[in-house]
Design a protein around this ligand. Structure first.
Ligand SMILES: Cc1cc2nc3c(=O)[nH]c(=O)nc-3n(C[C@H](O)[C@H](O)[C@H](O)COP(=O)(O)OP(=O)(O)OC[C@H]3O[C@@H](n4cnc5c(N)ncnc54)[C@H](O)[C@@H]3O)c2cc1C
Length: 382
C-alpha cells in the first residue's frame, strides 16, 4: 500500500541510512555476529553521517529536528537490510536513551553529554531491569544513598542493551522506600570506580548486539549526574516508555516486511515438482496473509508516530502497537521461514537470523502480557 507518511526529506535521509548500512554495516555483519557485538566505531561513523542525535539541538552538534519519522525510517532501513541486531544499539541510543538527556538535563549536563551523544563518542544505555525485577519495574532494589554531594550506588542490573559498549548508563535506582516516588535516575559513567560490567550474555538471537550484566559496588555518583529531580524517576520512565515502545513496534512491522520481501524473492526462484514454490496456492495464501497484516499494522504504526510527533500518543496506543507488531513479526518470521524449507534454518539466510532475533521483541521493552495489562486497565473494566 502506498504510504503518504514520509516527505522528500525523510526519503532522502532513508537513502543515506541505506548507503551507510551497505558500506559500514553489511560487509562486517557476519564478523560482529560471531564476536557477539558491533564495534564502538560503528557509533562514531553513524555520528559522522548525521544518523545520531537527530533531536539534539544544533548548538550541540545534532540535527535539531523534532520529528520521529526520521528515527522511524532509520529503524526501518536497519530491519529491511537484515542488520537488525547491530542496528538495535543505534536505535536504542537515538529513540530510547536520548529523550532522557534532552528532557531532564540541566544546561551544564547538556553541554557535558549532548555533543558526545550526537557524535557517537558517548554511547548510551538504560538500565532498569534487575535479576529480581523486570516487568515489576517499581520493585527495583539497586540503592543510591546520599553522602554529601554524592550518591553511593550499590546493586546490579541485567539484560542491558549496549551494556558492554556504553559510556553513559541511565540507571534506575532506589533513593527512598516509596514504591514509585522512591525511584530516581542517575547517569553512571564508564570508569567510575565500583562500576563493573559482567558477562556479555549469550542469547538465542541478536548476536551482534551486546547485552550485559552490570554491577555497582559503592559507586560514588556526583549529584550532578542525577537526571531531573530525585524521586521522579518512575514518572520519567513511564512518560518515556511510549516512545520506546513505538521504536520496538516500528522494528517489528519493518521486520515482518523484511521477512516478506526476502521470501517473495526466494519463492520466485526455488522450484519443487517442476515449478516455482511461488506458483503453489499455499505460498500465495501465506504471503497474501503476511502482506495484508504488514500493511494494516503499518497504517496503525504511522498513525501512532504522527500522534507521537503531536505529543498526543497515549500509553495504551503505544502498548497496542508494541504487542501487535511484535507478535506479527514473530508470526511473519515463522511463516516465511517455513517457505524457505531447510534453507530457512541456515543462518546464512537472513530469515533464519530474523526468526531468532524476533523472539525477544515480545519480551523486551515490556512483555506482550504487560502491554495487554496497560490496555486492559484503560478500558476501566472494574
Ligand atoms: C535481549 C534483551 C535486551 C534487553 N534490554 C534491556 C535494556 O536495555 N534495559 C533494561 O532495563 N531491560 C532490558 N531488557 C529486559 C526486559 O525489558 C525484561 O526482560 C522484560 O521487561 C521482562 O522482565 P523479566 O525478564 O524480569 O520477566 P518477568 O517480569 O519475570 O516475567 C516473566 C513472565 O511473567 C509475565 N508477567 C509478569 N508480570 C505479569 C503480569 N502482571 N500479568 C501477566 N503476566 C505477567 C511476563 O509477561 C512474562 O511472560 C532486555 C531483555 C532482553 C531479553
Amino acid at each position: 500500500m502506498h504510504r503518504n507518511h514520509y516527505d522528500t526529506e525523510h526519503r532522502a535521509f532513508g537513502e543515506s541510512v541505506s548507503t551507510f548500512i551497505e558500506k559500514q554495516m553489511t560487509p562486517d555483519y557476519e564478523k560482529w555476529e560471531a564476536a557477539g557485538l558491533a564495534p564502538r566505531e560503528l557509533f562514531s561513523r553513524a555520528g559522522e553521517q548525521g544518523l545520531l542525535g537527530i533531536q539534539v539541538p544544533e548548538q550541540f552538534g545534532g540535527g535539531g529536528v523534532h520529528d520521529f519519522r526520521f528515527n522511524q525510517i532509520l529503524g526501518e532501513e536497519i530491519m529491511l537490510a537484515g542488520v537488525g541486531a547491530a542496528g538495535l544499539g543505534i536505535t536504542l541510543h537515538n529513540d530510547i536513551c536520548l529523550p532522557y538527556f534532552l528532557r531532564y538535563t540541566t544546561d551544564e549536563q547538556k553541554q557535558r553529554w549532548l555533543p558526545g551523544i550526537a557524535s557517537g563518542e558517548l554511547i548510551t544505555a538504560i538500565a532498569m531491569t534487575e535479576p529480581g525485577a523486570g516487568s515489576d519495574l517499581a520493585g527495583i532494589r539497586t540503592s543510591a544513598v546520599a553522602d554529601g554531594a554524592e550518591l553511593v550506588v550499590n546493586g546490579s542490573k541485567t539484560f542491558i542493551t549496549n551494556g558492554i559498549n556504553a559510556d553513559l548508563v541511565i540507571t534506575a535506582v532506589r533513593t527512598g522506600p516509596e514504591r514509585h516516588h522512591g525511584i530516581s535516575l542517575v547517569v553512571i559513567e564508564r570508569g567510575m570506580p565500583g562500576f563493573e560490567r559482567g558477562r556479555n550474555l549469550n542469547k538465542l538471537g541478536l548476536h551482534s548486539q551486546d547485552t550485559a550484566e552490570l554491577s555497582f559496588t559503592d559507586v560514588r555518583v556526583p549529584l550532578g549526574n542525577v537526571l531531573g529531580e530525585v524521586g521522579s524517576g518512575f514518572r520519567y520512565l513511564v512518560s518515556n516508555l511510549p516512545q520506546e515502545r513505538m521504536s520496538i513496534a516500528n522494528a517489528g512491522v519493518a521486520g515482518a516486511r523484511a521477512a516478506l520481501n526476502w521470501t517473495i524473492e526466494y519463492v520466485r526462484q526455488r522450484k519443487a515438482f517442476g515449478e516455482p514454490i511461488g506458483a503453489l496456492q499455499n505460498t500465495r495464501f501465506v504471503l497474501a496473509e503476511v502482506s495484508t497484516e504488514v500493511d494494516v499494522a503499518q497504517a496503525y504504526v504511522d498513525a501512532c508516530v504522527a500522534a507521537l510527533n503531536r505529543g498526543e500518543l497515549t500509553a495504551e496506543d503505544a502498548a497496542k502497537a508494541k504487542w501487535w507488531c511484535t507478535e506479527l513479526q514473530g508470526r511473519a518470521a515463522d511463516k516465511c521461514l517455513q517457505l524457505h524449507g531447510g534453507y530457512g534454518y541456515m543462518t546464512e539466510y537472513p530469515i533464519a537470523r530474523a526468526y531468532a532475533d524476533a523472539r525477544v521483541t515480545r519480551i523486551a521493552g515490556g512483555t506482550t502480557e504487560i502491554m495487554k495489562e496497560i490496555i486492559g486497565r484503560s478500558l476501566k473494566l472494574t
